[in-house]
Design a protein. Structure first.
Length: 500
């Protein structure tokens, strides 16, 4: 039976791959799921069946939690400087298998190879940051808080944690959580999206090769039933989630009710504000890359361009010109700059949003509905789509489309544009293009999104800064990676000491 990287190599060479049935990784071993229902993993570029994935349930989660609980006491007692040693090996394995892993991501997700490579690099960044745990996990101390009494704080792991991760960045997002959690001394369970499990299977092969002890990391396949089993399980101390806002709210509420720590990263409707004094060529180029990168299937995509005053008409022309340059096709092919969307069903959903935009009276300045890839007629492709004359109350301006659809909206003044951004219920990321430091500072000061860019199209924090939104885009207190990860995965214990 071929491995995921073998399948990716064969597919890149035009050779039909062999369908495989995936297994869970529990207690250091690949094991069959007791599930009786299976989903299909298909290549979005050509509809080829790549694998069958078990729709796991509580039984799968119970087995993973039992293995993680068994491994926890020994792993917690392992000194941090020893816990991080397998992560150094894991980093080298990521580098060694860099292109193979990127090919697997493109094979199962559809994004271009360059986009897949970038996401693998971000995964490696998180592994590197996690190796600093012996420093970042340190506590604090103060002697003589009263006469002869000293006080210390130190961090301790909490037990078993889990991550429920999305389809759009199948290799990167689990690495926002797993390396930090296990470096802190916890054990871990990953439930990847059932649409894109192949890259996680390959990563768990590397985790095993890196020498991480049995039960410290576990992989469970499934969909809704497996997710709810994780949220309800009393043996899990905390849950990390990335996905749509409605599901993030469900995850937060259900897991928190059982006393778990929760960080639930939700959806987005990101605005980019373009001032008349901006470099409009650069703003149009970067905004186009932001919206249509990964076929618009990313929570940091700037999907609404707010042209302020005279910038609007110029931006409309330039954005359409830039969007027409995008080369749509199979992400494994050289020169392709935008791949397909994740599934046939999602393609239909995006098409329904385009129809709503037309019905609402927005101007369809560039229509991507009819695009078909002549080489891959069965692929889930859409061409870049640009709406102009969009108003803030339209569905296409308020709901997350998660596809290659850009809305261009006009604001008469800076204050009007800020009001539009502030009025939206989501607050993940936003950017401003301007040459005015005053305008940039005022924008940063007033708007609520937690990740902001100035003359930046994708305001994506590096692994040593926290990642997460605000308002309806985030549920919880502590965000992903950076210093927040150490806070999330440990408890601060205070020891007050006096000796007679």
């Amino acid at each position: 039976m071929s491995s995921p990287q073998d399948q990716a190599t064969l597919a890149a060479n035009g050779v039909k791959t062999t369908t495989r049935t995936l297994q869970n990784f529990i207690g250091g071993r690949w094991t069959d799921s007791p599930a009786i229902e299976y989903g299909e993993v298909r290549n979005p570029a050509n509809d080829e069946l790549l694998a069958r994935v078990p729709m796991g349930d509580r039984r799968d989660v119970d087995a993973a939690v039992a293995a993680a609980q068994k491994a926890y006491p020994g792993w917690r007692a392992t000194p941090p400087v020893i816990r991080i040693r397998p992560l150094f090996i894991l980093r080298q394995l990521f580098e060694k298998n860099f292109d193979d892993l990127a090919s697997i991501i493109t094979l199962e997700h559809g994004k271009t190879l360059d986009e897949s490579r970038s996401s693998v690099r971000r995964a490696i960044d998180n592994i590197e940051v996690a190796t600093g745990i012996p420093t970042t996990m340190q506590g604090r101390a103060l002697e003589d808080i009263a006469h002869g009494i000293d006080c210390f704080t130190y961090r301790q792991p909490l037990g078993v944690f889990a991550a429920i991760t999305p389809f759009n960045f199948p290799a990167m997002v689990p690495m926002w959580f797993l390396p930090h959690a296990i470096a802190c001394g916890n054990t871990f369970i990953v439930k990847p999206s059932e649409r894109v499990p192949l890259s996680q299977v390959r990563i768990f092969e590397m985790l095993h090769e890196a020498g991480i002890p049995e039960g410290v990391v576990n992989l469970v396949h499934g969909a809704k039933d497996a997710t709810n089993a994780i949220l309800d399980h009393p043996g899990i101390a905390g849950v990390s989630f990335v996905g749509s806002s409605p599901v993030a709210h469900h995850v937060y509420k259900r897991a928190a009710e059982t006393g778990k720590r929760v960080q639930a990263l939700g959806g987005a409707k990101n605005f980019v504000l373009v001032m008349p004094d901006a470099d409009l060529n650069r703003a149009a180029q970067v905004s186009t890359e932001s919206c249509f990168g990964c076929a618009g299937e990313r929570c940091l995509a700037n999907s609404v361009v707010l042209g302020v005053g005279t910038a609007y008409d110029e931006m409309v022309r330039r954005l359409v010109d830039e969007a027409k340059k995008i080369h749509v096709g199979d992400g494994l092919e050289p020169g392709v700059t935008m791949g397909p969307v994740i599934s046939r069903q999602h393609r239909e959903k995006v098409l329904s949003y385009i129809e709503k935009g037309v019905a609402e009276g927005a101007t369809l300045a560039l229509d991507g509905r009819a695009y078909r890839d002549p080489k891959n007629p069965d692929g889930y492709f859409l061409g870049p789509t640009v709406f102009t004359d969009v108003t803030p109350d339209m569905v296409i301006a308020t709901e997350e489309i998660f596809g290659p659809v850009l809305c261009v909206m006009k604001a008469g003044t800076f204050d009007e544009a800020v009001a539009i951004v502030k009025r939206h219920e989501l607050g993940n990321a936003s950017s401003i293009f301007t040459s005015s430091g005053k305008a940039a500072r005022e924008y940063r000061y007033q708007v609520e999104p937690s990740m902001l860019g100035v003359n930046i199209g994708v305001a994506s924090p590096m692994a040593f800064f926290p990642f997460g939104g605000a308002k309806g885009s985030f549920f919880g207190d502590l965000k992903a990676h950076g210093a927040d990860s150490v806070e999330f995965y440990t408890d601060k214990k205070v020891s007050i000491t006096r000796w007679f």
